[in-house]
Write a protein that binds this ligand. Structure first.
Ligand code: ATP
Ligand code: MG
Length: 305
C-alpha cells in the first residue's frame, strides 16, 4: 500500500537535523505509530519522482538491525519519508557519560550486523554512520537509519556545512577537497563505525572541540594525527576491536566479517546483557537532563542577567 499525508495524524517533533525535521505521526488506517522525516528540496517534480522511486528499494531492507521503511511521498518541494518509530530515540541522547562495556558490545554487534546486511544483501554503503543515526526502542532493539539509497537525493542534499563533528574517514576528507566521490568505499563506513563506537564509550565526540579550535584543525587531526583510542579501563579485546576500525589506510581496516569474529564480539555473544534495563535507565537520565534544561531556561527568562 502507498502512504499519503491524508492518512497521517501529526504528533510531536522528535528532533531535527541539517536537512529537516522528524515528527511522530499516527498512520490512521493501520493504527501504526511512525516517524516522518520532512526534507525540503528545491527540485522539479521529475526529480522528486525519481527520488521516491529510488527510495522504494528500502522496502526490501528488512532486518532486525535496520529501521523499517513504510513509504515516501512528496508534496510541493518536500519529500516525506515514513519509517518505524523508535520510542527511545537516538543514541547520542542516551549514552550519557559513556556506556558500560557489555552494553557497548551489544550495540556494536547490532550495528555491524546491520551494516553487513546492507552491504551483502542490498549492495548499499551506509555513508552516514553516527550516533544520531543509531536508534533504540524500549525493548532494547538497536537499529540503523538514514543510509544512502538514493543517488538523486544525495546529490540534492548538497552539503551546505560539514558540521562541527565529522565522522568521515581520512580518505574521504582528503577526497572531498579533490571532489572525488569515488573515494568512498565500504571501509569508509568502518572508520565511522569505529568513531561512533568510541563516542558511545566515552560519552563525547572523540576529537573534543576544546582541543581543536576550529573545524579545519579537527579535520587536519583526523587526516594527519594518530587515531583516537579507548582508554585503559576497557578490556584488551574492546580496545583492539576499536583499533582495527580506526586504521588510517582504508585497505588495512578490518572487514565486517573480521569484526564479527573478533574476541570482543565473541565475548559479547557469551554474555547476558539487559539492554531493556539499560535503555530504561538511559531514558530516565535523558529526561531528567531535559527537565533540568527547561527549568534553567525558565529561570533565565524570569531573572534575565
Ligand atoms: P543530521 O542532519 O546531521 O543527519 P540527525 O541524524 O540528528 O542529524 P535527522 O536524521 O533529521 O537528523 O533526525 C533528527 C532527530 O530525530 C534524530 O537525532 C533522532 O533523535 C530523531 N529521530 C529520527 N528518526 C527517528 C525515528 N525513526 N524514531 C524516533 N526518533 C527519530
Ligand atoms: Mg539522522
Amino acid at each position: 500500500f502507498a502512504i499519503n499525508m491524508d492518512q497521517l495524524q501529526l504528533g510531536e517533533e522528535l528532533g531535527s537535523g541539517a536537512y529537516g525535521t522528524v515528527k511522530r505521526v499516527l498512520h490512521r488506517p493501520t493504527n501504526v505509530a511512525m516517524a516522518m522525516k520532512e526534507i525540503r528540496l528545491e527540485l522539479d517534480n521529475t526529480k522528486l519522482n525519481a527520488i521516491i522511486m529510488e527510495l522504494d528499494i528500502l522496502h526490501r531492507a528488512v532486518h532486525s538491525s535496520i529501521v523499517e521503511f513504510y513509504g515516501a511521498f512528496f508534496i510541493e518541494s518536500c519529500v516525506y519519508y515514513c519509517m518505524e518509530y523508535m520510542d527511545a530515540g537516538s543514541l547520542d541522547k542516551l549514552y550519557g557519560v559513556g556506556v558500560p562495556e557489555p552494553v557497548l558490545g551489544r550495540i556494536v554487534y547490532f550495528m555491524v550486523k546491520g551494516l553487513k546486511f546492507l552491504k551483502d544483501e542490498m549492495q548499499i554503503i551506509h555513508r552516514d554512520v553516527k550516533p544520531t543515526n543509531i536508534l533504540l526502542n524500549k525493548k532494547g532493539d538497536v537499529r540503523l537509519c538514514d543510509f544512502g539509497v538514493s543517488g538523486q537525493l544525495e546529490k540534492s542534499l548538497a552539503k551546505t556545512n560539514i558540521g562541527c563533528q565529522s565522522y568521515m574517514a581520512p580518505e574521504r576528507i582528503k577526497g572531498e577537497s579533490q571532489n572525488a566521490l569515488s573515494t568512498y568505499t565500504v571501509s569508509s563506513d568502518v572508520w565511522s563505525l569505529g568513531l561512533a563506537t568510541l563516542e558511545i564509550a566515552l560519552g563525547r565526540y572523540p576529537y573534543p572541540p576544546e582541543t581543536y579550535s576550529n573545524v579545519f584543525a579537527q579535520l587536519t587531526a583526523i587526516v594527519h594525527g594518530d587515531p583516537p583510542e579507548l582508554p585503559d579501563s576497557y578490556s584488551e579485546a574492546a580496545r583492539d576491536w576499536v583499533n582495527r576500525t580506526l586504521v588510517k589506510r582504508p585497505e588495512s581496516r578490518a572487514t565486517y566479517a573480521e569484526l564479527l569474529s573478533h574476541p570482543f564480539l565473541l565475548e559479547d555473544a557469551q554474555r547476558q546483557v539487559d539492554m531493556q534495563g539499560w535503555v530504561a535507565r538511559a531514558l530516565q537520565w535523558r529526561d531528567a537532563k531535559r527537565q533540568e534544561r527547561i527549568r534553567k531556561q525558565e529561570q533565565e527568562h524570569q531573572h534575565p542577567v
